[in-house]
Design a protein around this ligand. Sequence first.
Ligand code: CA
Ligand code: CA
Ligand code: CA
Ligand code: CA
Length: 257
Amino acid sequence: MHIKSFAIAALAGTALISPQAHTEANAQANSLDFGDNSSRWANDGECDDPRFEGTGMASTLLEEDRLRDANDCRSLYRRGDIRLRSSVNFGDNSSTWANDGECDDPRFRGSGMASTLLDEDRLRDANDCRSLYEAGRIELVTASTSFNFGDDTSNWANDGECDDPRFEGPGAASTLLEEDRFRDGSDCRSLYNSGQVQLRSAYVNFGDNSSTWANDGECDDPRFIGSGMASTLVDSDLLSDANDCRALYNAGQIRLR
Ligand SMILES: [Ca+2]
Ligand SMILES: [Ca+2]
Ligand SMILES: [Ca+2]
Ligand SMILES: [Ca+2]
């Protein structure tokens, strides 16, 4: 549970970079592969390796300097002036459980996760989740592992709206055409991962009602998350609480992890 870490969270909030965070950055620097110093821009005080981003970066970055500016990048990384570039949107730090050393954003999984995850912490625990992500202790639970978003052959691919009619939500385009099904993969995947679109329930496989906890008004299928979920979830209820989960899904009280 979170209770023990609350004091730490309150303390960490008072300093921009806590000593603990500093130690963690050093530990991560030791496990990161910075490469060698064969770039012509090695040892000039700026990091020229395009895998990184931040205030310590050179203004022009070349792919050929990848893994070739180790001294510069390592020391800037240790000072917190650069970090690994990431395509993941970590959100902000507005969660009650921000800066407590555990990732509370339910979009992730792994050994660095808090034991209790709430949907309301989605996109709201950026510092924790980013450092654990960069240390390789958590990963995104990508829907793509179990779900086919399709390709980008739609005329409306890569325009920042999801045009695949299987989805709905604030990130969905206002006009949806059947021909765009499976053809707006990149838009729909990123909007899905940031919680802006959801699969229409017609496309969700809810399974059957063979769970002991079927028809009790709570969803017991651990593939879902949200306020309508039962507090204890076990794998044996996968795909076996269809009536409850479908009703809560349609009411917007749960969503797929
Ligand atoms: Ca350099
Ligand atoms: Ca946290
Ligand atoms: Ca689109
Ligand atoms: Ca149930």
